[in-house]
Design a protein around this ligand. Structure first.
Ligand code: PLP
Length: 402
């Protein structure tokens, strides 16, 4: 029995085939590569019922993950996050069937751990000595922690104003960390040059290696499994590089081909900030690719990506699924974040809050129906963003009576 049924890699633009068992970057067309599996073999090897007895982490889907030898699996227990009903908040916004997939509970406090777990495991399997990446913070934190766990090196370059906690996580993991006075695209150029000069380093920037997306697609598998192999009507996702959305779409197509779910797919919503909305702009203009946005700014740092390498894949997934793309302001993000904590006792990250703001808006506009089952991805823990909530609480004298 094979642990993985990985078959080959495929250029996401041309469909050209590539060998999956050597370290690969972008395709010859300069596009991300997608992992392909022998799904007939997977269908014969495992059924949804078999999965039920496996450990509650993302490796339960190992047949459709790229790691061939279980000895190379690098895990900190990531995956199988709760899919929480939100009855109070849902009633407030008129979507009683609203649920939150809470990725704040994974190691390193963001869903970047999924991509890092699978990406680092496969890099280690293919003999990579160190991984190198630009990051807005959470990816660097996750990849450097998983690299430490795997016993390989990590090089991280991040904007100077990325959340400081993520910088500290990289330092704690023993990564080589650098700050740049610029945005993630500036960090990317520095990493690219460094990797070219260093032996055994792999560039693992968003979509520049094929396996981060495989880790993130497990969110799609989990949502279906947690709903009894049904899919919701709508899934909202905060899109920066868009890996999670591309991954969830890929998971849906794979599960449909496997016969694990029916024909109907969820409508996927890409949520961005009005301070950085390249994918929303492209969606509204009917374009297949986004245009670089200058001078972007948002407190939702994870979605401050002025031009994503996989933008065309995000737009394709949104359109194919009859979804949409929505931008919300930082004010709306902060308001929703506070409301959710007060209504449900859950402190989401700003990126997750953006999706709640978008869900409320789409309900108001009628794009989401009252009867829809809706899943919002909260991609990280609010604890990583303490400054989103005020702390100006008065100090009492010791003899105070309340
Ligand atoms: C990175 C990140 C995102 C965006 O993820 P992409 O895969 O780049 O679209 C959203 N939320 C948080 C908390 C992140 O760290």
């Amino acid at each position: 029995m094979s642990f993985s049924h990985l078959s080959h890699l495929e250029c996401s633009r041309t469909g050209a085939r590539y060998d999956a068992d050597v370290v690969q970057g972008l395709s010859d067309a300069g596009a991300p590569m997608l992992a392909r599996y022998d799904l007939d073999a997977v269908r014969a090897a495992v059924t949804p019922a078999d999965l039920a007895s496996r450990p509650p982490d993302l490796w339960r889907y190992h047949e459709v993950l790229p790691v061939r030898d279980p000895a190379h699996v690098t895990t900190l227990g990531e995956g199988m996050t709760p899919l929480l009903p939100l009855p109070t908040y849902g009633a407030r916004v008129g979507v009683p069937g609203l649920r939150m997939k809470d990725e704040g509970l994974v190691p390193t406090g963001s869903f970047k751990a999924r991509g890092a777990a699978v990406g680092v495991s496969r890099a280690r399997e293919l003999g990579v000595r160190a991984v190198a990446m630009p990051t807005n913070g959470n990816a660097g934190a996750a990849w450097s922690m998983y690299a430490a766990r795997a016993g390989i090196g990590s090089l991280v370059v991040m904007p100077v104003d990325a959340p400081e906690i993520t910088r500290r996580e990289c330092v704690a993991a023993g990564a080589e960390v650098h700050l740049v006075d610029g945005l993630i695209n500036h960090a990317g150029a520095i990493v690219k040059q460094a990797v070219a000069d260093r032996e055994g380093y792999q560039e693992v920037a968003t979509l520049k290696e094929p396996y981060r997306i495989e880790g993130k697609k497990t969110m799609g598998y989990e949502i279906a499994e947690q709903l009894g192999w049904q899919v919701p009507d709508v899934i909202l996702y905060p899109a920066g590089g868009g890996v999670g959305l591309i991954g969830i779409h890929k998971a849906m197509l794979e599960m449909r081909e496997l016969g694990w779910i029916g024909d109907r797919l969820p409508r996927l919503v890409a949520v961005q900030s009005t301070g950085c909305p390249p994918i929303v702009d492209a969606f509204e203009a009917g374009l297949e690719e986004s245009t670089l946005v200058d001078g972007t700014h948002t407190l939702a740092f994870g979605i401050n990506v002025p031009k994503a390498l996989g933008d065309f894949l995000v737009l394709r997934a949104v359109r194919e699924s009859e979804g949409t793309a929505v931008a919300v302001s930082d004010e709306q993000i902060l308001a929703e974040l506070a409301r959710l904590a007060a209504d449900e006792g859950t402190w989401v990250c700003p990126e997750g809050a953006a999706c709640f703001a978008a869900a409320a808006r789409l309900r108001e506009e009628g794009w989401i129906a009252e009867t829809d089952d809706v899943v919002v991805l909260n991609t990280g823990s609010g604890l990583k963003y303490p400054e989103t909530v005020p702390a100006d609480v008065p100090v009492l004298p010791r003899d105070a009576r309340l």
